[in-house]
Ligand binder design. Structure first.
Ligand SMILES: Cc1cc2nc3c(=O)[nH]c(=O)nc-3n(C[C@H](O)[C@H](O)[C@H](O)COP(=O)(O)OP(=O)(O)OC[C@H]3O[C@@H](n4cnc5c(N)ncnc54)[C@H](O)[C@@H]3O)c2cc1C
Ligand code: FES
Ligand code: FES
Length: 1363
């Protein structure tokens, strides 16, 4: 490559990587520039606590702390960093701390580990190490943290299980007041605040909970964890920074060269060498944070032969003040820039630093903290993404960029309309580097305001970003200069030059606004099929965000020098953006009485049994298993066409690559073996003649490691002949009559005709539509198969909710009896239904390869593969016609339900059936005709997802009810109450509701949420605000518990007591974070009468408990709990004689005596739910064992201009019978609610019209983050409602609360209605779920949206379609 010239005159050249991990020195003689820090930690150092969730910096599961010594300021800096993007080569001379380095269960947990565990903030635990490390980095960086610091620290972390509240509550204890009072009070007595339980709040009488005065009832409590048991945080106990790194600068001064197979990595230490290198290698990538380049390498498979890291070039890393402002080195990170700007803002007159403040405000919405800690400002400019957040601001300021090259020397360019020359291209020459950016101070009459609108407020790329830089004539509101710049409106960041110029000389008033709008519409067009979609929304946003800036600047001018209100208070809130505040919460549940013996854990809010291992990184997930000698890695060759004939598959090139072992395809199995599926075998393990969806498996490559396997898989050549039609949406399927033949099915009750014929009744007709939802479990699908080399035995470790099915299908594809195959599941990093049936897509090829090669084979899907292959929640379309009385009582409904099943039927049948069972939600409708259809489309096969069609069905009910209310001019709340089921009501499938607590939940929720008063307050608020509106909605739910397929309602357990008295419990359920194992241990503790510390569950394994059902349908605890109970009872019966003989003895004595007496100490238990089973043909029988009821009330506020919203408060009352574990149950309620909140407001699958999934990672697919949870979140378990039909009077909880999140959607709809009322437009409007910012903004029709003419449907091919 001829790359040595620059090295020659560099001082000391080093090719060894030296850094510290958890205090230990690591020397890597031959680092490969392609290795990420995460890979190195997990694979080379075997530190598997740090997790891989996405590999694109979007989930935070890989967060570690990187520490360095700042020699100039003589201080140690600690940064939370995404190890998945950080190149290990960038770690030279730094200290890395992982979750294993701060505490262990073997010695002592660190307080950040202990508090999240004890506060119940770790469910599946896959996100937990990352969250722990974000918190740890925060407390190591800031001595006294505030809630605002915490908010920022977690912007880059996602959790799919908990709903975040528990994590926040646990970590709020680190906030100064609590911690300092605690240290002052001492913790030795374990009692704070005089609370007799030792459970209290250090805020004493100022405790917010006491102020709220919520309950005087001593039998219930809202304290779900015991803060008084927390270890105090003592910073002096932290490990020290490696002295070597502090004392000597040797590692900082080294010129580094690391040579890999494909890439050479340089780290020069002075500008001259930097320029020389760039001169020698004009194509070289200059990598600072690697947050762009890392993603390009991983997902676009770019190979960059030369990388130069400028982090040790002083001129590129400094911020210098000059006469006009600040000169920021291009390699300065966003975090350093923010910190330095803050110092200037604090010291300079306010007007001078408006530019800096605008940049800082924007940085709050720029990525997450982990990214900002490493990403450079120069990287953002040079990448030139059209949706960059900084570029619009920098362009509106026309900042000066200093460029440098060896050949051409220095030159400056302005970041104006000529800077970007095309998509991600600019005027910087190939051999030039960006040295620095000059950011000017603002002038006295100059204002800069920027807004970004994204799908999610925090850590999301923008849809549109607008920046307005305006300077006024002295002491006036006449525009002297103005520049409007926009991101997201063209292939480049765009200055609206004409619009800007046309405003010069005008006053800052409404006339100016109108002129700006008129010009912007012309100057910022978007063709209807423009990439990114959301065309009308983006166009509306340009004007809306300008209006926001107009309002904000006018307000500021009024304050600064106009001294007159330029803006009416009614309009004033349009200037603001939502900022969350410290969330409040309460959790009410019933305390177990004093009479309950201590060892009996049932009813106690005990911590998840794996929590302490999860917070320390000791919990082992499938891919954390140590490697086994000779193990191979499997990679997929996936279909890239949605509907095509396969002409040829040629693996030759792949097989020639070194390290590649085999290619398997349909040729390696018989046609019968190749057909698989959970119920019907209607899909192919490997596609044969045709592909019917993108992401379908065509073949697999097996190689010695992941990188080799994946690269080889990409080189397998597949030739296709495209076929038509490509059916993507439900509407396409209806048009092409593409349905699964097992459907339609209808449930009929009564006679709908009379109600529709009666002229006294009101009739409404309508439809509603709900999008799908990606499961986004933090751990993707994974499997590891180990052949036993004897008798065809095979062991499969898998991340599956249904190990029995994996074993059964493995037996089918291998033609090996099931008694030779053992499927084992230790735990999953989340499942939510996504790992119920689709686990076979990974498990089976891995098993096949292991069997054929007789070698261990492993695979964990990359996030994009997982999203492309494994299907989602079903999108639904529901068409309905309802007759109701004039009072609003529903009398008859004819309903057609369609779900989008994808390319195979999978579980789509039972999913649509559950929607049919739940289409009436909690309302009695005497006459019903409900029909379900499953659409066959060219999408990945859609599958189970928490709720399993129930939420979609219930969404239909709430829409029907609201349509009736609208027609009658009544409040939907009144109609909900009127139609609510009562005790002994009968459902449309003939099931009588007994122990029906719906009315109680409703009344309690109405009261606890103070609904009546808040409705009045909302009305007042709405009268006073034009651009902000509030809405409130209360939603009931009734969820049927059982598998609707009768045979699945069975479970088994195995209890083994060892002679030392320890108990090994096995049951058929899998642990995916929902706390099933914890509950089963609690059940066993009561039945056996032993403390939970004696009971252990190791895993779920098909050789311990056979023929199990999937852990699904919320029935895990019910079914397995009864089986555990039975097994334990059997043991207790056998021990009874020994207890009788020795009544004062201990458990160990009785066990020992039984052993000596040759009594069996192991027993199985089995449970089959009695009295259950439904016959579709005759509409008879009982599909459900019982129902879980609940009610939620949610208030939201929307920003009518941007479409953003904030959940102000949610109150939930749920009947969970007598909860086995209130902490786990409340965690399930909160987690399900937030997951449902994502479903109903935020999460959108984006497909092209030809079936390509665009939303393939956390960057494009947004699940709720920390900042999205209700500002106040109160959960209460209904008291005094024992359930006679489940173990220890409990109730199932996993799925039922999810639908309650639709209260946010319907509250948003109410708020939109208020906006539409103000605008004088009809209150009837289409509003599909989810209620995204785009839908909210466009539903808030106003003078801006009216200016946009919609393109004629059918006259263009849209960029995306809604499946
Ligand atoms: C999860 C995630 C979230 C993100 N969120 C946002 C967001 O909200 N808003 C947003 O705008 N961006 C966002 N980004 C994009 C990215 O973080 C920024 O563009 C960042 O500033 C890039 O900096 P870097 O140092 O990591 O760039 P690198 O990846 O190190 O480099 C990026 C490019 O810039 C070039 N380059 C860097 N420095 C120089 C130089 N001095 N001279 C010449 N060329 C140079 C490199 O050659 C390379 O092509 C996000 C990225 C991720 C992964
Ligand atoms: S794995 Fe690194 S952020 Fe997701
Ligand atoms: S506990 Fe956070 S993702 Fe499961």
């Amino acid at each position: 490559m001829g790359m040595n010239n620059a090295d020659e005159d560099a001082g000391e050249v080093c090719s060894e990587l030296v850094f510290y991990v958890n205090g230990k020195k690591v020397i890597e003689p031959n680092p490969n520039p392609e290795w990420t820090l995460l890979w190195y930690l997990r694979k080379k150092l075997r530190l598997t606590g740090t997790k891989l969730g996405c590999a694109e910096g979007g989930c935070g599961a890989c967060t570690v702390m990187v520490s360095k010594y700042n020699r100039k300021e003589k201080k140690i800096i600690h940064l939370a960093v995404n190890a998945c993007l950080a190149p290990v080569c960038a770690m030279h001379g730094l200290a890395v701390t992982t979750v294993e380095g701060i505490g262990t269960t073997k010695t002592r947990l660190h307080p950040v580990q202990e508090r999240i565990a004890k506060a119940h903030g770790s469910q599946c635990g896959f996100c937990t190490p990352g969250i722990v490390m974000s918190m740890y980095s925060l407390i190591r960086s800031i001595p006294k943290i505030s809630y605002a610091d915490m908010e920022v620290a977690f912007q880059g972390n996602l959790c799919r299980c908990t709903g975040y509240r528990a994590i926040i509550e646990g970590y709020k204890t680190f906030i100064e007041d609590w911690e300092s009072q605690r240290i002052t009070n001492g913790i030795s007595n374990g009692k704070l605040n005089g609370d007799s339980n030792g459970i209290g709040c250090a805020m004493g009488k100022d405790c917010c909970k006491l102020k709220d005065n919520k309950s005087n009832d001593q039998s219930e409590t809202e304290y779900i964890f015991d803060k008084s048991s927390f270890l105090p945080y003592d910073p002096s106990q932290e490990p020290i920074f490696p002295p070597e790194l502090k004392l000597s600068s040797v590692y900082d001064d080294q010129f580094l060269i690391y040579r890999g197979n494909k890439t050479v990595w340089y780290r020069p230490t002075d500008l001259n060498s930097m320029l020389k290198l760039k001169n020698q290698h004009p194509d070289a990538k200059i990598v600072v944070g690697n947050t762009e380049v890392g993603v390009e390498v991983k997902f676009k498979h770019c190979v960059y032969p030369v990388i130069i890291m400028p982090n040790c070039v002083p001129e590129m890393n400094a911020i210098i003040e000059n006469e006009t402002g600040l000169e920021v080195g291009a390699a300065v990170t966003l975090m350093e820039m923010e910190n330095t700007f803050r110092k200037y803002i604090n010291n300079l007159p306010r007007y001078k630093t408006r530019t800096l403040s605008t940049i800082i405000e924007m940085l709050n919405w720029f990525a997450g903290k982990q990214i900002r800690n490493v990403a450079a400002v120069g990287g953002n400019i040079m990448t030139g993404s059209p949706i960059s957040d900084l570029n619009p601001i920098l362009m509106s300021l026309r900042v000066k960029l200093n460029l440098l090259s060896k050949a051409g020397g220095h030159r400056s360019v302005l970041m104006d309309e000529t800077f970007f020359t095309g998509y991600r291209r600019n005027v910087v020459k190939q051999d030039e580097i960006l040295l620095s950016i000059e950011i000017p101070y603002s002038k006295r009459y100059q204002y800069i305001k920027a807004y970004k609108q994204a799908k999610r407020r925090e850590d999301d790329i923008s849809i549109v970003t607008a920046s307005v830089n305006v300077e006024f004539e002295n002491n006036s509101n006449v525009i002297k200069n103005i520049t409007l710049a926009f991101g997201g409106m063209a292939p480049v960041t765009k200055i609206a030059t004409k619009s800007s110029q046309s405003l010069v000389g005008m006053k800052w008033d409404e006339q100016m606004l109108e002129k700006a709008y008129a010009n912007m519409i012309e100057e910022l067009p978007l063709i209807p099929s423009a990439p990114g979609g959301n065309i009308q929304f983006r166009r509306a946003l340009t004007m809306s965000l300008f209006l926001k800036a107009y309002l904000a600047i006018a307000k500021q001018m009024s304050k600064d020098y106009i001294h007159d209100d330029l803006i009416k208070p009614y309009h004033s809130s349009g200037a603001e953006q939502f900022h969350g505040s410290m969330p409040k919460s309460s959790q009410y549940f019933e305390l177990v009485g004093d009479k309950q013996v201590k060892s009996d854990a049932v009813g106690r809010p005990i911590t998840h049994v794996s929590a302490f291992k999860q917070v320390t990184g000791e919990a082992i997930y499938c891919d954390d298993m140590p490697s086994v000698e000779g193990e191979l890695y499997l990679a997929f060759v996936l279909s890239t066409k949605a509907h095509a004939k396969i002409l040829s598959v040629d693996p030759q090139k792949a097989l020639e690559q070194p390290g590649v072992v085999a290619f398997f395809s349909a040729k390696d199995v018989t046609p019968e073996q190749n057909l698989i599926g959970p119920i019907f075998h209607d899909e192919e393990l490997f596609a044969t003649e045709k592909v019917v969806s993108q992401g379908q498996t065509i073949g697999v490559i097996v190689a010695q490691d992941q990188a080799t396997a994946q690269a080889a898989a990409r080189s397998v050549k597949v030739e296709y002949e495209e076929l038509q039609p490509i059916i993507v949406t439900i509407e396409d399927a209806i048009k092409h009559n593409s349905f699964y033949k097992q459907f339609p099915k209808t449930i009929k009750r009564g006679n709908v005709k009379p109600a529709f014929d009666d002229p006294n009744n009101v009739i409404i007709e309508g439809q509603c539509r709900m999008g799908g939802q990606e499961h986004f479990y933090l751990e993707t699908h994974a499997a590891f198969a180990i052949p036993k080399k004897e008798d065809d035995e095979l062991e499969i470790f898998c991340s599956s909710q249904h190990p029995s099915e994996i074993a059964k299908l493995t037996s089918h594809i291998l033609h090996v009896p099931m008694n030779r195959i053992v499927a084992r599941v230790k735990r999953m990093g989340g499942g939510f239904g996504g790992k119920e049936s689709r686990g076979m897509l990974v498990g089976l090829p891995v098993a096949l390869a292991a069997h054929k090669l007789q070698k261990p084979v492993r695979c964990m899907l990359d996030r994009d593969e997982d999203m492309m292959m494994t299907g989602t929640r079903h999108p639904f379309l529901i068409k309905y016609k309802v007759a109701a009385t004039k009072e609003g009582k529903m009398l008859a409904a004819v309903v057609n339900i369609y779900n989008n099943g994808g390319y195979s039927i999978d579980l789509s049948g039972p999913v649509v059936e559950r929607a049919m069972f739940h289409f009436e939600n909690a309302y009695y409708i005497p006459n019903v005709e409900v029909t379900g259809h499953v659409c066959k489309t060219n999408l990945p096969s859609n599958t189970a997802f928490r709720g399993f069609g129930g939420p979609q069905g219930m969404f239909g009910a709430e829409n029907m009810l609201r349509d009736v209310a609208f027609k009658l001019g009544k409040d939907p709340i009144e109609l909900s109450k009127l139609n609510l089921y009562e005790e002994n009501s009968t459902t449309h499938y003939g099931q009588v509701l007994t122990h029906c607590t719906l009315q109680r939940c409703w009344d309690e929720c109405v009261e606890k949420s103070n609904l009546a008063q808040r409705k009045v307050d909302i009305e007042n608020f709405n009268k006073q605000h034009r651009w902000r509106k509030r809405g409130i909605a209360i939603i009931p739910t009734k969820f049927g518990i059982a598998f609707t397929e009768k045979l699945l309602n069975q479970a088994g357990a195995l209890v083994i007591i060892y002679v030392d008295g320890s108990v090994l419990l096995s049951h058929g359920g899998t642990e995916m974070g929902q706390g099933l194992h914890t509950k089963m241990i609690q059940v066993a503790s009561r039945t056996l009468g032993v403390d939970i510390s004696k009971i252990h569950i190791s895993e779920t394994s098909t050789d311990k408990v056979p023929n199990t059902s999937a852990t699904a349908a919320s029935a895990g605890s019910d079914l397995n709990g009864m089986a555990v109970l039975e097994a334990c009872q059997t043991i207790m019966k056998r021990l009874q004689p020994f207890k009788d003989k020795n009544p004062n003895g201990k458990w160990e004595d009785w066990v020992s005596a039984a052993y000596v007496a040759r009594v069996s100490l192991s027993a199985t238990g089995f449970h089959a739910t009695p009295d259950i089973g439904y016959d579709f043909k005759n509409n008879t029988g009982k599909p459900f064992n019982y129902f879980t009821f609940g009610v939620a009330c949610t208030e939201v506020e929307i920003d009518c201009l941007s479409g953003d919203h904030l959940v102000i408060r949610t109150d939930i009352v749920m009947d969970l019978g007598e909860s086995i574990n209130p902490a786990i149950d409340i965690g399930q309620i909160e987690g399900a609610f937030i997951q449902g909140y994502g479903l109903f407001t935020m999460e959108e699958l984006i497909y092209s019209p030809t079936g390509t999934l665009y939303s393939r990672g956390p960057g494009a697919y947004k699940i709720p983050g920390f900042g999205d949870i209700p500002q106040e979140f109160n959960v209460s378990l209904l008291k005094g409602a024992p359930n006679p039909r489940a173990v220890y009077s409990s109730k199932a909880v996993g799925e039922p609360p999810l639908f309650l999140a639709s209260s946010a959607y319907f509250a948003i709809k109410e708020a939109i209605c208020a906006a539409r009322k103000d605008a004088g437009v009809s209150l009837e409007f289409p509003f599909e779920a989810p209620a995204t910012s785009a839908r909210i903004r466009m539903a808030c029709e106003d003078h801006i949206t009216k200016k946009l003419s919609a393109p004629e449907p059918g006259s263009f091919v849209p960029w995306n379609v809604v499946p």
